[in-house]
Ligand binder design. Structure first.
Ligand SMILES: Cc1cc2nc3c(=O)[nH]c(=O)nc-3n(C[C@H](O)[C@H](O)[C@H](O)COP(=O)(O)O)c2cc1C
Ligand SMILES: [Mn+2]
Length: 476
């Protein structure tokens, strides 16, 4: 298991999942454009060796887990593992928690700068997309904060933009755990909230920070369990928060309770720039510590970015667990990459109108991140989008098979199809396409018989054909 970003980069190099660019690349749009195209082409991760305006020892590493191969490498399984197996691997490991240990010091303390020595422009934060509100230093990060009442420590991945040499401004959604703790416990008392923004810890720590995980749950223990070994944490210089000791960069400071900073717009994970500059939380930096030659990890946010794999994966398993808890007959869930965490395919043992409505209500009762659900029967592999499209096209009744629920105050405001007016009041809707046969149809004479090789031929015939397949001259 990896202890830091450097081990992970070496592993990617050895599996052929890394490109190193020696040529000088500009932080203003060039780094972003290369990293963006690499996402869209499923290219390897990138190590940028020379960034304009910065010395040789300031490098950047982009798109750490934006392909399933790289997620597999991070998990220590075969790079060519099918998506379904990576999902299953996460499901197997997710329940085991291993609490972190504390160490006295670590590589992240190789350079320590405080007070007037702090300058956020020391790092080659990229202007990632044309029209972004500024340079984003935190794109693949891990924000550490603590609930002052219960001492619960949360890790979350939220974007942070350079506001000036001493401040970052960010956009943790109000429903995120950091947003909630800040609004519930610090803002009312006008207290500044200590926070540490970690960039470039081991890959599984960042994976855990981005995971859909329950309130009160500690992502540090989740990461330990997923890695199969406790993380080593070290104390901050200016607060009592703990951070991964092997991190590349740690930015320590406080989120101010009575100030905001203009943030965004930004080329968002759905693959669009929506909205205008808005009020973000303002993070005042007190100290920065980093390794020698700190590597800045970057997520080229947008279509087929890191969220399209990891957020999709943990989101899918969270949907499955939720439906199971409600006693719904769920078998498998897939949140396909191309759907940008807006759609899910849900396979159920049996469907029908009642089950469809219950699933829709369950998945939209609290927070509604996804707006398109597809319900399929067990004969459809949720990871085979061809089969899903076939079921949708043939089994979903255009009038009776479509269920919609409308809500306000809990819609995902980054959903591109919502109007500005809807976003302002978090108004939205989720549609469920029921691609299952109605429960009341007779299986004997009403449900059409599926006429594929697997389903319409007797076993004896299928076996004979399969054993002769290569002999007939077919290759695969
Ligand atoms: C690359 C990346 C960037 C993200 N940026 C944000 C963000 O700016 N704001 C936000 O609320 N969630 C963002 N997320 C999603 C959160 O990381 C995710 O919802 C996570 O569960 C938050 O942790 P929490 O539940 O402890 O708040 C991002 C995810 C990824 C993979
Ligand atoms: Mn959390």
């Amino acid at each position: 298991m990896f202890n830091d970003t450097r081990d992970f980069i070496e592993a990617l190099r050895s599996t052929g999942d890394l490109i190193e660019i020696e040529e000088e690349v500009h932080w203003d749009l060039e780094l972003g454009a290369i990293s963006r195209l690499a996402c869209e082409k499923d290219s390897p991760a990138i190590l940028f060796r020379k960034i304009a305006d910065y010395p040789e020892e300031r490098t950047a590493f982009s798109n750490p887990m934006a392909t399933w191969r790289r997620v597999a490498v991070a998990f220590g399984v075969a790079p060519e593992s099918p998506v379904k197996e990576i999902y299953a691997e996460y499901e197997r490991r997710e329940g085991k928690l291993i609490a972190p240990t504390t160490v006295k010091t670590g590589p992240c303390k190789e350079t320590v700068r405080g007070g007037s020595d702090v300058d956020l422009f020391d790092f080659p934060a990229p202007m990632l997309h044309d029209g972004d509100g500024g340079r984003y230093l935190g794109t693949w990060d891990l924000a550490v904060s603590r609930d002052p009442e219960t001492d619960w420590v949360n890790w979350g991945m939220y974007r942070f933009m350079v506001y000036d040499s001493l401040h970052l401004t960010g956009f943790p959604r109000p429903t995120s755990h950091l947003g909630k703790v800040f609004l519930d416990h610090y803002v009312p008392e006008k207290r500044a909230m200590p926070m540490a923004l970690v960039i470039g810890a081991d890959p599984i720590s960042h994976f855990a920070a981005s995971a859909t995980y329950h309130i009160g749950g500690e992502e540090a223990a989740l990461a330990g369990g997923l890695r199969g070994a406790a993380l080593e944490l070290v104390g901050c210089e200016t607060s009592d928060l703990l951070v991964p000791a092997h991190s590349e960069i740690v930015i320590e400071g406080e989120v101010l309770p009575d100030c905001v900073g203009l943030e965004g717009p930004y080329g968002e994970y759905p693959g669009y720039r929506t909205g205008e500059m808005g009020n973000g939380i303002l993070f005042r930096v007190n100290a920065v510590t980093h390794r020698r030659g700190p590597i800045l990890t970057v997520d080229a946010t947008g279509y087929r970015d890191d969220s399209s794999t990891i957020t999709a994966l943990t989101g899918a398993i969270a949907i499955k667990r939720r439906l199971q808890r409600h006693g719904l007959p769920v078998l498998d869930v897939n949140v396909p990459r191309e759907g940008a965490v807006h759609m899910a395919i849900i396979a159920v043992k049996y469907g029908g109108r009642q089950i469809a409505r219950e699933i829709l209500d369950t998945l939209t009762s609290r927070r509604a991140l996804l707006s398109k659900l597809f319900l399929v029967e067990p004969d459809v592999d949720v990871f085979d989008m061809g089969k899903v499209l076939h079921a949708f096209s043939t089994k979903c009744h255009p009038a009776h098979g479509i269920h919609v629920v409308h809500y306000e105050g809990r819609a995902n405001t980054l959903t591109p199809c919502y109007s500005q007016g809807e976003r302002a009041i978090q108004k939205g809707a989720t549609v469920l396409y029921d691609c299952t046969w109605p429960g009341e149809w007779s299986r004997e004479w009403e449900v059409p018989v599926k006429a594929t090789f697997e389903t319409i031929f007797p076993e004896t015939v299928r076996e004979k054909i399969l054993s002769g397949w290569k002999r007939y001259g077919f290759k695969e």
